[in-house]
Design a binder for this molecule. Structure first.
Ligand SMILES: *Cc1c(COP(=O)(O)O)cnc(C)c1O
Length: 451
């Protein structure tokens, strides 16, 4: 076979390169995931392909839970549906004992459909319709109020029904991390949270059961959680002292980092992120220092999302072409676009070749297949040369990609789960022209087109 010919280019050397032939690769090919060959996964299920590891999900969950149960007697996790709401994934978390944390009517319905008892669903978010609220009340779900309009809607809806609603308020606060997430919930410092509590405790139809916060996402500073926990404890104590109402739980939300590397950071994510123990220590010591009597200790709820699943997800793809940009830089085009790898806007995802490669690396841009300039997976990454047909593995894509993905000019790929026995199970089928167009309706006069 005639080797591919590529016209040589003259390129200015960048400082730091070892020699004029480029730098030696420190990478290893990733040829299999949990013992299943990448090549057979792609031959069977197509390219691109999302792969999730059930074993990693369960191990990560248990590691996170243990960090808290080692330090605190009453801990409950609730799976953040928007992080990944494929039913199979949710059910892994529910089997592990997680409640459901939902932020929309759609997610609420999904949790019910997955068999989660209504009283174990936390209903967050600024958009709950009257119908959603009615359903949540009937199911005894925990309604986390976001604003006064929602509180008034709920009060009005309950009037004359004789029904009672279980509620908590979402509290936002200054935790020393900026910009402050103050658009959700009631503010602590301004006294708004306290006003909401006073309003709730005077309503015969409302039971104030908890206090909630979710202070941000990918939080690099555990001390922010210590501050948040302290402020919620303060609010809990004041409520008990002044109204006699003792809330049963403090929900510290999510926001723990996964080991992905944020864009614009110098060090690798894995080297800088706090551990589950760091977060647990910050939260629990804050609660413990507050001086509750043992029987008064609130249930501690956590809604960790990305940190529980990012690592368990892989995206497999294929090289479509390799070419030179006008400035001589190499560009490699993959069949993975930002439409299915939404988190590439945020993270510098680690990417590995899935086969043996030559020992020399080159700085290159990785583009997706979309006909759009923004479709760039990595602006600059040092990788071995990749040629048409080569396969790649993108690491740590389990969070948010399978919920935020967009159907744009092409069909979304299949998602498979490697279960704990090593079998590969399809958990979401590849989309088809039919599955997409089944939602469309063509008016009669537009049914025929003769050209
Ligand atoms: C998104 C979300 C979570 C999960 O956040 P992560 O940053 O993925 O841990 C938890 N709670 C609420 C209310 C959320 O909106």
């Amino acid at each position: 076979m005639k080797p591919d010919y590529e016209r040589p280019v003259i390129q200015k050397l960048n400082a730091g390169l070892l020699n004029k032939f480029g730098s030696r690769s420190l990478q290893q090919p990733v040829k299999e995931i949990e013992g299943v060959p990448v090549s057979s996964l792609m031959e069977q299920h197509g390219s691109p392909l999302f792969v999730l590891s059930e074993r990693t999900i369960r191990q990560t969950y248990r590691r996170a839970l243990r960090a808290f149960t080692m330090r605190y007697p009453k801990v409950q996790f609730a799976w953040s549906y928007k992080t990944n709401y494929l039913d199979a994934i949710c059910n892994i978390f529910h089997q592990e004992g997680s409640w459901a944390e939902v932020v929309s009517g759609f997610e609420y319905q999904k949790a019910i459909r997955n068999g989660v008892p209504g009283n174990l669903i936390l209903f967050n978010g600024p958009d709950k319709s009257t119908e959603d609220l009615r359903l949540a009340v009937d199911n005894r779900s925990l309604i986390h109020l976001d604003h006064f309009d929602e509180l008034y809607t709920l009060i009005e809806m309950l009037e004359g029904t004789g029904k009672r609603a279980r509620v908590a308020i979402r509290v936002n606060m200054d935790t020393g991390v900026y910009p402050q997430w103050d658009r959700f919930g009631f503010n602590y410092e301004s006294g708004e949270a306290w006003n909401a509590i006073m309003k709730i405790v005077t309503q015969p139809n409302l039971e104030l059961e908890g206090l909630h916060c979710h202070i941000g996402t990918y939080m690099l500073t555990p001390s922010a959680y210590a501050t948040a926990a302290q402020k919620l404890c303060q609010l809990m104590q004041t409520t008990a002292g002044k109204t006699g109402v003792r809330v049963k739980y403090l929900d510290m939300g999510g926001g723990f980092c996964s080991s992905n590397t944020l864009k614009g950071t110098y060090l690798q994510g894995a080297d800088v992120i706090p551990s589950f123990d760091d977060y647990a220590e910050a939260i629990v010591s804050s609660i413990m220092q507050f001086g509750f009597r043992p029987e008064e200790l609130p249930l501690l709820i956590l809604e960790t999302g990305r940190a529980l699943i990012d690592e368990a997800g892989y995206l497999l793809g294929t090289v479509l072409a390799s070419k030179r940009l006008s400035d001589g830089r190499r560009s490699t085009i993959l069949d993975i676009g930002v439409n299915i790898l939404f988190t590439s806007f945020w993270y510098n995802h680690r990417i590995s070749p899935a086969q043996e490669f030559t020992q020399h690396n080159e700085e290159m841009a990785l583009y997706g297949p979309l006909c759009m300039n923004i479709d760039c997976i990595r602006e600059s990454v040092s990788l071995p040369l990749l040629k048409k047909g080569d396969r790649v593995v993108v690491h740590e894509v389990g969070a948010y990609n399978m919920t935020q993905w967009m159907q744009f000019i092409t069909l979304r790929p299949a998602v498979v789960l490697i279960d704990t026995s090593g079998s590969v199970q399809t958990i979401r089928k590849k989309e088809t022209l039919e599955s997409i167009t089944s939602q469309e309706i063509v008016p009669d006069h537009l049914k025929a087109c003769k050209l």
